[in-house]
Design a binder for this molecule. Sequence first.
Ligand SMILES: *Cc1c(COP(=O)(O)O)cnc(C)c1O
Length: 418
Amino acid sequence: MSIETLVQQANQSSTPFNKESFDEVVMSTYGRFPLAFEKGDGCRLWDTEGKEYLDFVAGIATCTLGHAHPALIEAVTRQIQKIHHVSNLYYIPEQGELARWIVDHSCADKVFFCNSGAEANEAAIKLARKYAHTVLDIDNPIILTANASFHGRTLATVTATGQPKYQKNFNPLVPGFHYVDYNDIDAVEAAIGELDEGDYAVGAILLEPLQGEGGVRPGDVKYFQKLRSICDETGILLMFDEVQVGMGRSGKLWGYEYLGVEPDVFTSAKGLGGGIPIGAMMAKKFCDVFQPGEHASTFGGNPFACAVALAVCHTLEKENIVQNAHHRGEQLRSGLQAIAQKYPQYIAEVRGWGLINGMELQSDIELTAIDVVKAAMNEGLLLVPAGTKVVRFVPPLIVTEAEIDRALQIVEQIIAKL
Ligand SMILES: *Cc1c(COP(=O)(O)O)cnc(C)c1O
C-alpha cells in the first residue's frame, strides 16, 4: 500500500472511543479529561466526536511545530524507510548530526542522548556525582535544587523535584538532594556553608531557568548571575533543566539566554523532537567525565528520533520559528495583561517568556486553574494548569497572530462570564 493511501485511510477512519474499556486496562496514573483526539493540523486538534479545538497545550510544551507539520511527516517517513534503530553498539550518523547542531547553537561541547526529560536529568545527576567524586573530591556530593521545581518522575528526579506532593508515599527517596527557595541567593549561600561538613558538600546546583510546572516563574537575572560567580569560585557545577523552556519556547533558543549566564550542564527533551520522544544532556568539555560503559540508553539517540529532532531544529531555523515564538508571546502576554487589568478581581498576574506564559488567579477567590481550563475546553480552547492557581499557555511555536487573537477572545469571554 502506498503512503498516500495510508494517510488517506488514516484521515477517513473514525475510531469510536470507549473510555470504560480504556480505564479497565490502563493504569490510572493520570487525572485525564474525558476527551480523546483523533487528528491534528497546525495548532488545531479534532476529538473523536469531531469537535475542533485550538491547541494551546501542544502536548505539554512539546509539539514545537504543531501537528502534522510537513517537515515532521517528511522526516518520519524518510527515516523509517531507511533505518530506525540499531543501538549504540555502533556509530549513528544522525546522532552525530543532531549533536553537532546543538553544539553549534548552544554553549555546550558534548551531548548525551536519551528519551525523556527525566532521563536527561538523571544523566545530569549522575554526571554531577561523578564530577564531584573525581574532580571536586567530595565523597557525598549534594545537589541543590529549588522548592516548587519540577525535574521528572523517576526516583532521583522526583527527589530533585522540590514539591512534596510528588514524593508522597515513595520513600525512601534518593539521598543527596537539598532544597532552597528559587530566586533567593542568600538561601543558596547559606546551604553551601551549612552542608559543607565531613565527607559532605554541595557538588552541583540544578535549576530551571524559568520554573514551568511550578507556576511559570521566570528566573531572576541577578540571582543567576550571582549563582554563576559562586559556582566559578567554588567549582560547584551549575546545571539548568531546559526540558520545558528550551528549544525556542522562551522566544530564544535556550532559556539561559535570558539570564546572561551559561550553564556547565543543561538538559532538553519536550520540544526537542517536536513530539517524538527524545531527551538530551549537554555539557561543557571540562565536565565531560563519563567513560565508556558508565551511562547508557538502548533507545537513546536512535536514527529515527535523531532524524526527526534534526528536522525540528532545521525547521526552527528555516522558518524563523523562535522569532515567531518571541513575537506571538508578546502579543499573548499583552492581551492577557489587558484582560487582567479589566478583571483584577480574578487575575493576579500574567508572566512568562516567549510562548511559555502563566495567568495567575487571585488567591482569595475559590476559582482554580482547572476551572478555567475546563471552561476554555468547552469553548474549544485547550489550556493546562501549572499548579492550582496558574493557567499555563504553551501553544505550538508556529502559532499565528489570528490564533493568539482567537485564544484571547475565548479567555476574555470565560472570565467575563464568571
Ligand atoms: C516535563 C519536565 C520534565 C520531565 O520530562 P519527562 O519527559 O516527562 O520525563 C523535567 N523537567 C522539566 C522542567 C519539565 O517540564
